[in-house]
Design a protein around this ligand. Structure first.
Ligand code: PLP
Ligand code: COI
Length: 343
C-alpha cells in the first residue's frame, strides 16, 4: 500500500499491512540475529506450544511523528520489562531488554513511511509478540521461542476518540482468576474476555468493566485498559493483583503529581462510583478514553459522569500533557521518549 493512499485522519484501530516485520528466534539456548521479513505469515509447526497450550504473550507501544518532524517511541523500556514479566508468567524465555529495544527501533526505521504525519491524531502502533514454537504434546514449556514485531498505523481505539463512552459492569464475568494471569499480557487473557466484551458490545457499550475476581466488590480492569476516577483533585486507580500494570496509567500518575493532583492507588469499591467527578479508561491503544456512564447490568444502577457529553477538565489536562510529550510539543522532562535516528 502506498502511504499517499492512507487517510491518516480517519484511521481506526485496525491492522494495515506495512513493509516489514522483524523476528528473532531463541534456539539452542540463545537468541539469534534479528531477521527482517516482508511476509505477513510465520511458519509454525502444527504441534507448537503456542497453538496448543497458549504459550503466547504480546505488547503494545506507539511511535509518534512530532511537531519537529522527529519520530518518538514512548517508554519502550517499560514495555520491554513487562514483556519479560509476561514471559516468566507462562514459562517462556524472556527476551533481554536491549534486544527488545533494538527490535523496536529497527521495525520503526524499516517502516518509516507508515509513521503518521504530525497533526493527524494517528500513530504507529508497534505490536511485539512472543510464542513457544517447539513441537510438543505433553503440557510443558517449549524450548524454542520466536519474537515477532509488526507495526500498523492506527487511529483511536474507540471510534469516538476523546469523547465519553458508555461502559457496563457485571458480576457474571471474570477476565482472569484471583491468582491467575491478570497482571501479565498474554493472549489467553484476551480470549477469556471475548464473551464479556461481545456481550457489552451487543448491549451498546464500549467495554465491560470487570470487578475484582475474588470478592466482586472492587473495580478492576476496564476492558483492555486500566480504570481511573477523579475526585477532590485526586487521581484514584485500582491497586489490584489482577489488572495489567499499565504504562499509560503509570505515566498519568506521574503527570498528575506534576500538575499538583494527588494520586491514590487502592481498592475502589463499587459504592464509591457515585462520588467520582470524572472517570476514564487508559492504555496505549485507548490513550485516555473518558467514561460518560457506567451501567450495572445486575442491579440496573446507572452512574453518570459526563452529563454534557464532554471529557472532564482533569482528564483533558492529563490527556493534553501526555499527548504533548509524545508529540514533542512539551518538554520530555521524565525522559520517556526515544527519538529514532534515521540514516
Ligand atoms: N489493561 C489491559 C488488559 C490492556 O490490554 C492494556 C493495554 O496494553 C492496558 C491495561 C493498558 O496498558 P498500557 O498503558 O501499558 O498500554
Ligand atoms: C494496548 O493498549 O496496547 C493494548 O494492547 C490493548 C488492546 C489493543 C489489546
Amino acid at each position: 500500500m502506498k502511504e499517499t493512499e492512507i487517510d491518516w485522519k480517519n484511521l481506526s484501530f485496525g491492522y494495515l499491512p506495512t513493509d516489514y516485520n522483524v523476528r528473532c528466534t531463541f534456539k539452542d539456548g540463545k537468541w539469534g540475529p534479528i531477521e527482517v521479513s516482508d511476509s505477513e505469515y510465520i511458519p509454525i509447526h502444527i504441534s507448537a506450544s503456542c497453538l496448543h497450550y497458549g504459550q503466547e504473550s504480546f505488547e503494545g507501544l506507539k511511535a509518534f511523528r512530532g511537531k519537529d518532524g522527529k519520530v518518538r517511541v514512548f517508554r519502550m523500556r517499560e514495555n520491554a520489562r513487562r514483556f519479560i514479566n509476561s514471559a516468566h508468567g507462562i514459562k517462556m524465555e524472556p527476551m533481554p531488554e536491549d534486544l527488545f529495544c533494538e527490535m523496536v527501533k529497527k521495525v520503526v526505521k524499516l517502516n518509516e513511511r507508515f509513521v503518521p504525519p504530525y497533526g493527524t491524531g494517528a500513530s504507529l502502533y508497534i505490536r511485539p509478540l512472543e510464542i513457544g514454537i517447539s513441537p510438543l504434546l505433553g503440557v510443558k514449556p517449549a524450548k524454542e521461542y520466536m519474537v515477532v514485531m509488526l507495526v500498523s498505523p492506527v487511529g483511536p481505539y474507540f471510534k469516538d476518540g476523546f469523547k465519553p463512552t458508555k461502559v457496563c459492569l457485571s458480576r457474571e464475568y471474570d477476565r482472569v482468576a484471583p491468582k491467575g494471569t491478570g497482571a501479565i499480557k498474554i493472549g489467553g487473557n484476551y480470549a477469556a474476555s471475548l464473551v464479556a466484551g461481545e456481550k457489552a458490545h451487543e448491549l451498546g457499550y464500549s467495554v465491560m468493566l470487570y470487578l475484582d475476581p475474588k470478592e466482586k466488590k472492587y473495580l478492576d480492569e476496564c476492558g483492555a485498559a486500566n480504570f481511573f476516577g477523579i475526585k477532590d483533585n485526586t487521581y484514584v486507580t485500582p491497586a489490584s493483583p489482577s489488572v495489567l500494570p499499565s504504562i499509560t496509567n503509570m505515566s498519568l500518575r506521574q503527570l498528575a503529581e506534576d500538575l499538583g493532583i494527588k494520586v491514590e492507588q487502592r481498592h475502589i469499591p463499587i459504592d464509591e462510583l457515585p462520588t467520582f467527578e470524572e472517570v476514564g479508561a487508559c492504555g496505549t491503544a485507548a490513550v485516555i478514553s473518558p467514561v460518560g456512564e457506567i451501567d450495572d447490568l445486575d442491579t440496573g444502577e446507572k452512574y453518570v459522569f459526563a452529563k454534557d457529553g464532554q471529557a472532564g477538565p482533569v482528564s483533558t489536562r492529563l490527556y493534553n500533557k501526555l499527548r504533548g510529550i509524545q508529540l514533542g510539543e512539551e518538554p520530555d522532562t521524565h525522559g520517556w521518549c526515544d527519538i529514532i535516528e534515521f540514516d
